[in-house]
Design a protein around this ligand. Structure first.
Ligand SMILES: NC(=O)c1ccc[n+]([C@@H]2O[C@H](COP(=O)([O-])OP(=O)(O)OC[C@H]3O[C@@H](n4cnc5c(N)ncnc54)[C@H](O)[C@@H]3O)[C@@H](O)[C@H]2O)c1
Ligand SMILES: [Zn+2]
Length: 367
């Protein structure tokens, strides 16, 4: 005799949050948190580089506002994005006595954001966290949308969770200290937003290359705001990446493989730039996109100083692609543009299958 008890659980939770964007926002974070608190104690988690530039300063501002805050840092770089650092941060949080009512402030680029968000999602079964992105990539992309995670020896972001922050503070003036190569790398994601969602943004970028490269603050504020609006609306439409959200991965299927093949020597945005040239060519050859617009995309990427080519072996690239999470039932899946500002879909699905034979031919044409 089997007795069946049903435990009914339905989720209907409001996970909305504000994204605040403004020059000089960093110094005002403690005051804003005093007005609308996210936790009773705060742990600022950052990397060794940002600690010296902005971490100590932010901690001081917390103290001036008589808020309970601690600073935790780990060595800068992707090599730190692993479970050992997760454990290290957790132990520091415990030492400082952070409890379920406490919050983490992720002050840094995507590495700090992904790690801190992941720690927040598991510490005492989940505590609040706030994103304070300091790289262009994290300001336009990784700080929004709640994807958190760490790498393993087998690949990037293989362990992780969907866990939304409670607030995002974006201060474009922090980008003044960002190394040039990191800054340019972040621009690849901005160009991506133009191609996938906004012809207007794409044209704005084309008309403002010099101002952007010169880091004109008002121009940066504008492109960051537009990028965040695009990311926000795509995430709102499809938070669990069931269909629409995959368009954010334009260029990323080849990019992830290229990053891996380079031993993570190339920066993410650099790989995305090369990846957009590859995916764009696939779109052209499969009859979705015009060659003129593909060339226009490449010209814009190049004008920002982004690479269009990398040394790789096609067979190795294809082999690596199969490890990507975007492979479905053994078939390679790509998201492809149909015009600047719009992605192609088949039967309402944005992931488009590309056979290995096709891809091999297309890659050969590009080399
Ligand atoms: N969660 C997501 O949705 C998402 C999206 C895209 C990328 N990512 C992840 O983001 C990571 C890459 O992030 P990233 O490009 O920001 O790299 P990063 O966090 O490693 O930062 C790059 C370097 O710049 C330094 N730095 C950061 N801000 C600075 C500043 N204002 N001034 C001076 N130096 C500064 C850092 O110390 C670091 O050395 C990858 O791990 C990637 O997987 C996540
Ligand atoms: Zn990306």
């Amino acid at each position: 005799m089997i007795k069946r008890l049903r435990l009914t659980l339905k989720r209907d939770i409001d996970e909305s949050y504000d994204i605040l964007i403004g020059h000089g926002l960093l110094d005002n974070i403690p005051l804003d948190l005093k007005r609308s608190p996210v936790g009773s104690k705060y742990a600022i988690v950052t990397d060794s580089t940002i600690k010296d530039i902005y971490g100590e300063r932010l901690l001081e501002r917390f103290k001036e506002e008589n808020l309970n805050a601690y600073l935790i840092d780990f060595p800068a770089g992707e090599e730190s994005k692993n479970l050992s650092t997760v454990e290290y941060i957790v132990r520091r949080l415990l030492q400082y006595g952070l409890d379920r009512k406490s919050a983490i402030i992720a002050l840094g680029g995507g590495v700090v954001g992904d790690l801190s968000g992941f720690v927040a999602s598991i510490y005492m079964r989940g505590i609040s966290y706030i994103q304070v992105p300091t790289t262009l990539l994290s300001q336009v992309d990784s700080s929004i949308g709640g994807k958190t995670g760490v790498d393993t020896a087998d690949g990037k972001n293989l362990i992780g969770s969907f866990y939304q922050p409670k607030r995002v503070y974006i201060d474009p003036s922090l980008l003044k200290t960002l190394p040039e190569r990191e800054f340019i790398s972040g621009l690849a994601e901005v160009v991506k937003y133009g191609v996938i969602c906004s012809r207007e943004l794409f044209e704005y970028l084309e008309s403002n290359v010099e101002k952007i490269k010169g880091r004109d603050m008002d121009t940066l504020l504008h492109i960051i705001e537009v990028s965040c609006r695009i990311k926000k609306s795509v995430v709102e439409e499809d938070p669990w990446e069931e269909n629409k959200r995959t368009i954010l991965n334009y260029g990323h299927t080849p990019a992830h493989a290229l990053e891996k093949l380079s031993g993570y020597k190339c920066l993410h945005g650099e790989a995305v730039s090369v990846g957009m040239r590859i995916s764009g060519w696939v779109a052209v050859r499969k009859g979705f996109w015009s060659i003129d617009e593909w060339e226009r995309q490449n010209k814009l990427l190049k004008s920002f100083g982004l690479p269009l080519k990398m040394d790789f072996n096609s067979d190795e690239l294809i082999k690596t692609l199969y490890y990507d999470k975007k492979v479905e039932a053994g078939t390679l899946m790509f998201v492809l543009p149909r015009r600047i500002g719009e992605m192609a879909s088949i039967g309402g699905r944005y992931k488009i299958p590309v056979s290995e034979t096709e891809l091999r031919r297309f890659l050969l044409e590009l080399s």
